[in-house]
Design a protein around this ligand. Structure first.
Ligand SMILES: Nc1nc2c(c(=O)[nH]1)N[C@H]1C(S)=C(S)[C@@H](COP(=O)(O)OP(=O)(O)OC[C@H]3O[C@@H](n4cnc5c(=O)[nH]c(N)nc54)[C@H](O)[C@@H]3O)O[C@H]1N2
Ligand SMILES: Nc1nc2c(c(=O)[nH]1)N[C@H]1C(S)=C(S)[C@@H](COP(=O)(O)OP(=O)(O)OC[C@H]3O[C@@H](n4cnc5c(=O)[nH]c(N)nc54)[C@H](O)[C@@H]3O)O[C@H]1N2
Ligand SMILES: [Mo]
Length: 575
């Protein structure tokens, strides 16, 4: 948003199949985004090269043309060094920089200090490999750069995102079919959650909360004055609980007592609340602490509605089974509570709610339920208008809507065939950066490297990074009871050298402690996926292995996200 004005992945999934280079940076795409990864695999089959930037030797590295084994929390240094190479060798896209960006001089100056040799010392990536990947990216005709939590879950994660986006601006790999910058969304509706304004500073459709143009419309449609103050993000809420400013919480579809960093600290805060309401489909740890549980939410196959995925595609979900017992859809509960507090909501169907969204958010105005059914999904922005009107749209507008790129791509895959039918939707964002007049230039945000807040030392000699495995989901409420998979339990990944030094064998139990808490017993998995000094744990069996008692709640002030990807721990054989 800070660079381009809107928040979302710029490309379509089909573009992974029609590109020359795919970079997965801090993203275990194969295990965590298997659908997207399938498209990437087809891209590789079609000739695209793949680069993986990850401290761990994840399976995906074996299929990649290049793996950059970056040190945890040093991605800014690596990205700046790649920019350093690109500029030193004159490989930047000067025409694009001049037409569509601003603040390039400050960026050039910033990265001038990040030579590959300097970066090698910080990042663990050989200078020659930095050069090679920099050249590969700069000289590719089309390239898609993807990132997820290895980049964002740091105390300076937003800065790391700026460093990656800058590479796209430097090379012009954005706003063209087959090139783009993609924050892959974690769940089926993370994009939709943001689009619906489930953020303290945003409203439906991504409007800034204090936008003078949007506020009167919202006040009219909602029939109520809007707050004069911006709300708090989750990290700020927890601070306000600590200071006593917030006394009550209503948690919907989240299990923060186990998913937030520094779990023991959060447990104290949650149990100190005057009133806690939890609305979930499973009895979570957070629900066990609640004063009122609304066991009411109906799961995705028990309710009607829409979700928005990582390529900004709005899709219908349909009720196929009745919810059990007294379970009700989330929106039914919310409306009932609102009306008992004196509101006058009269939504009868999910479609009624969606039609209000279409009134408030121009990006969705053209996406009716009827069209969603007809096309099986439409990518925003999609402005209001009938399909017949498509012939009236000028080539410029078509280009902006991504239509032309799709037709030029030539190769017709199954996904293109579907996507092409939704011509009013938008395949890729920011084509206007290549148009005759660029109204909104994209600024470079120069940023400096700064390592993790808590580095290993004599007392806590290991670096712990946390994340996911294929068969388990987040805090495990939805997956931990399913045992018909490999290793249905939490594991600590440790390399052979470290295991031997500690007298630990594969399958034996170890105790892991940080300055914040202790995991009394977790099974060690001796593996070459991690290197000496680095450990990895998931967090999907938190009742047995509460990984987040270890993690540090060092918060990125720009994003409100905790440094879940780096803390210091010690390991001992368990009793
Ligand atoms: N150590 C460590 N911690 C992390 C992370 C990490 O990488 N490492 N990652 C972080 C990230 S990216 C995330 S997204 C969070 C996830 O953290 P959470 O969102 O707290 O974890 P989930 O287990 O996904 O919890 C979602 C809850 O929603 C419920 N649910 C499912 N469907 C519905 C529904 O339709 N309605 C309602 N009301 N409830 C429903 C589920 O039962 C579940 O309890 O964890 C964060 N914490
Ligand atoms: N199977 C499965 N899929 C999921 C989920 C799940 O729980 N299970 N959760 C969903 C959610 S909510 C999300 S947000 C996504 C997350 O998807 P991902 O971000 O892909 O998942 P993670 O495992 O948290 O982290 C990705 C990688 O970052 C690497 N990494 C750690 N530190 C660094 C660093 O400093 N730099 C770099 N470059 N890399 C680093 C880790 O080694 C890891 O391989 O997955 C979604 N999909
Ligand atoms: Mo996530």
């Amino acid at each position: 948003m800070a660079t381009f004005g809107a928040g979302g992945a710029t490309t379509s999934y089909e573009e992974f199949e029609n590109t020359d280079l795919i970079i997965c940076w801090g993203s275990n795409t194969q295990e965590c985004h298997p659908i997207i990864y399938n498209h990437m695999r087809r891209g590789v089959k079609n000739g695209a090269k793949m680069v993986v930037v990850d401290p761990r030797k994840i399976d995906q590295t074996k299929k990649a043309d290049k793996w950059l084994p970056v040190n945890v929390g040093t991605d800014i240094c690596l990205a700046n060094a790649m920019a350093n190479v690109i500029i030193a060798e004159g490989l930047q896209n000067q025409e694009f920089i001049e037409r569509a960006t601003e603040n390039f001089e400050a960026y050039r100056e910033k990265v001038s200090g990040y030579t590959p040799e300097y970066a090698e010392q910080i990042t663990n990536v050989p200078a020659e490999d930095i050069r090679e990947v920099a050249r590969l990216y700069a000289t590719a005709d089309r390239a898609i750069l993807n990132w997820t939590l290895g980049i964002t879950e740091h105390h300076n994660g937003a800065d790391a995102v700026f460093a990656l986006i800058a590479l796209g601006l430097l090379t012009g790999h954005v706003g063209k079919y087959g090139s783009g910058l993609n924050p892959l969304r974690g769940q089926n509706n993370v994009q939709g959650g943001g689009d619906m304004g489930a953020l303290p500073n945003r409203m439906v459709g991504g409007w800034q909360w204090n936008d003078p143009e949007a506020r009167p419309l919202f006040e009219e449609v909602w029939g109520a004055p809007l707050p004069q103050k911006v709300g708090k993000n989750q990290a700020e809420m927890m601070e306000a609980v600590e200071s006593g400013e917030i006394r009550c919480m209503y948690v919907i579809g989240e299990n923060p007592a186990q998913s937030d960093a520094n779990e023991l600290h959060h447990e104290r805060l949650f149990s100190g609340l005057d009133f806690l309401v939890v609305q979930d489909i499973f009895p979570t740890k957070t629900a066990r602490m609640a004063d009122v549980v609304l066991p009411a939410a109906a799961s995705w196959c028990e309710t009607e509605g829409t979700v928005v995925n990582s390529e900004r595609r709005v899709q219908r979900i349909h009720k196929v089974i009745d919810p059990p017992g007294e379970a009700r859809p989330d929106e039914w509960i919310l409306q009932d509570i609102a009306n008992r507090m004196g509101a006058n909501w009269e939504f009868e169907t999910a479609e009624d709610i969606w039609n209000e969204v279409r009134r408030l958010a121009p990006n969705f105005s053209g996406i009716s339920y009827e069209r969603l059914e007809r096309y099986g999904g439409i990518q925003w922005p999609c402005l209001d208008g009938d399909e017949e009107e498509i012939s009236d749209i000028t080539p410029q507008e078509q280009l902006a809507a991504g239509v032309k790129g799709a037709k030029e791509s030539g190769e017709e895959t199954a996904t293109t065939a579907v996507a092409r039918k939704t011509e009013l939707g938008t395949k890729f964002l920011y084509a206007e950066l290549w148009g005759d007049v660029v109204e909104r230039r994209a600024p470079f945000h120069p940023v400096d490297h700064e390592g993790p807040v808590e580095m290993p030392d004599a007392e806590y000699p290991f670096q712990l990074t946390t994340g996911r495995r294929l068969a388990f989901h987040n805090t495990g409420t939805m997956t931990q009871n399913y045992k018909k998979v490999k290793d249905p339990e939490e594991l600590l990944e440790i390399c052979e050298e470290d295991a031997r030094a500690l007298g630990v064998e594969d399958g034996s139990f170890v105790k892991v402690s940080s300055r914040r808490g202790t995991v009394p017993a977790v099974k060690a998995r001796v593996t070459d996926r991690v290197r000496p000094g680095l450990l990895f744990m998931g967090y999907s069996f938190p009742d047995q292995v509460p990984t987040n008692v270890l993690t540090i709640n060092a918060i990125d002030p720009q994003s409100g996200t905790a440094e879940l990807k780096a803390c210091a721990v010690k390991v001992e054989p368990a009793a």
